[in-house]
Write a new protein. Structure first.
Ligand SMILES: *Cc1c(COP(=O)(O)O)cnc(C)c1O
Length: 429
């Protein structure tokens, strides 16, 4: 479809949908149907020829609707609209973020290949890389936050499997500490291991800042991944995922999706279409709130350190440089260290009144959680410390509420956390 000269937020209500095909309905209906009726046998044959790649499409010939595991209007329109934010050629939507991620790893890796990946990654991804890929004979090599591209290259060389490197998988900013990874530099690393027969792909999980505030494809990445459960869905009421990239790569991914059968259903597609209409206003309000909250937290006596991209300064060197080059906003995710340990962290969490104590992120309501015992409980304890996930770390996902109300809530919850003071008093005897 030719892209009209409007910004994505102007197109989210209409792009890719033709009311005349749906009785004039202004909104795309939910096409709750498993199969589609062909006008005649010749049409059915033509649709299948395209779906199975038996011949090239004629000029202006669109793939026809056959069966909802292959395609469905709610998914196709959603994929076209999602592509606009990242300026992607093509998009594939899945029933969860994990199914998008696992499908990408399955489609683009083969037994004997080496996967290089950043740490920490989302807990489900971590498990899939460490435990599932291994069963398929895929080698994996993780690098740590803060390692330079030169150090990462040395790691690849030392692995003895440099010639088998097939993909660089990144999650930036890293969850939960907001540590940044230079996408462009990693893409150059991938290129340096590519040859005319083999392109080493770079894939980026952009759930934390996308699709508004970071565009990995523009930084050179080949594939961008989302848990659409987060900002894209944005209302804590749907699980979904997406992958975007070139037509060539996404066609391969959609073919695997057809045979795994892990596409999103029409109801999920419809919910996300609705969510996309307010994506920008939601995310902008969330980012404004997050900046106010992060500034407030920084000044609190009970708070030891705040991890927020909006607080990066030139003195922070590499991290500041990456932020300037790669991110369009500090986003709406904050992590902070409370003075004390798990006891103090729990006292804070248990006294919140407006924030909800729940995992997930990017939704309209603000959420708080304790990574060490919740989202990252499955990570090896020694690695947890290396990644900065200590017992006094709290992660906040900021919603669209009134900033003053959120600040009120944090202030009153912090006022219940006093034990660190007692423990900090030096003994007089
Ligand atoms: C939630 C999340 C996932 C997994 O997505 P689901 O939709 O829960 O399957 C992957 N990556 C990141 C960064 C996430 O936050």
């Amino acid at each position: 479809m030719k892209k009209p000269p409007f910004s994505p937020e102007s197109l989210m209500m209409s792009y890719g949908y033709k009311p005349e095909l749906s009785e004039g309905a202004i909104k795309c209906p939910i096409f709750q149907t498993s199969t589609f009726v062909f006008k005649n046998a010749e049409e059915g044959k033509a649709f299948f020829e395209l779906a199975y790649g038996l011949r090239e499409a004629d000029k202006d010939e669109q793939p026809g609707l056959i069966y909802s595991r292959l395609n469905n209007p709610d998914l196709e329109i959603l994929e076209e609209r999602l592509s606009l934010w990242d300026g992607a050629e093509s998009c594939a939507v899945f029933e969860s973020g994990m199914s998008a991620i696992s499908s990408v790893l399955f489609e683009f890796l083969e037994p004997g290949d080496l996967l290089l990946y950043s740490n920490p990654v989302y807990g489900g991804t971590d498990h899939f890389i460490k435990h599932v890929l291994k069963k398929f004979g895929i080698h994996t090599l993780g690098f740590k936050p803060g390692q330079s591209v030169e150090e990462i290259r040395q790691l690849v060389e030392a692995s003895g499997m440099a010639d088998r490197l097939a993909m660089v998988y990144l999650e930036t900013p890293a969850n939960p500490t907001n540590a940044l990874i230079d996408i462009r530099a990693c893409k150059e690393l991938a290129n340096s291991y590519s040859n005319p027969k083999k392109q080493v792909l770079t894939a980026v999980d952009n759930t934390y800042l996308g699709p508004l505030w970071q565009h990995p494809l523009k930084q050179g990445a080949d594939l961008v991944l989302y848990s659409a459960t987060k900002y894209i869905g944005g209302h804590s009421d749907v699980i979904a995922g997406a992958c975007l990239g070139s037509k060539e790569l996404i066609t391969r991914l959609k073919t695997l999706r057809t045979f795994l059968g892990n596409m999103a259903g029409p109801w999920t597609g419809w919910l996300l279409l609705r969510s996309l209409e307010t994506l920008k206003v939601r995310m902008e309000q969330q980012a404004r709130n997050a900046q106010e909250l992060a500034d407030f937290l920084r000044d609190q006596e009970a708070v030891e350190k705040v991890y927020f991209l909006g607080h990066l300064k030139p003195e922070d060197g590499e991290q500041y440089r990456i932020f300037q080059n790669q991110c369009l906003s500090p986003g709406a995710m904050i992590a902070f260290l409370i003075k004390g340990g798990e006891k103090e962290a729990f006292a804070f969490l248990n006294h919140l009144k407006l924030f909800k104590l729940a995992v997930s992120l990017g939704s309209t309501e603000s959420l708080a959680q304790h990574p060490a015992s919740m989202t990252h409980a499955g990570v090896d304890p020694a690695e947890r410390m290396e990644f900065g996930i200590s017992d006094n770390l709290i992660r906040l996902s900021i919603g669209v509420e009134k900033a003053e109300d959120l600040i009120w809530d944090i202030r009153q919850a912090l006022s219940h956390v006093n034990s660190w003071k007692e423990e900090a008093v030096p003994s007089l005897v």
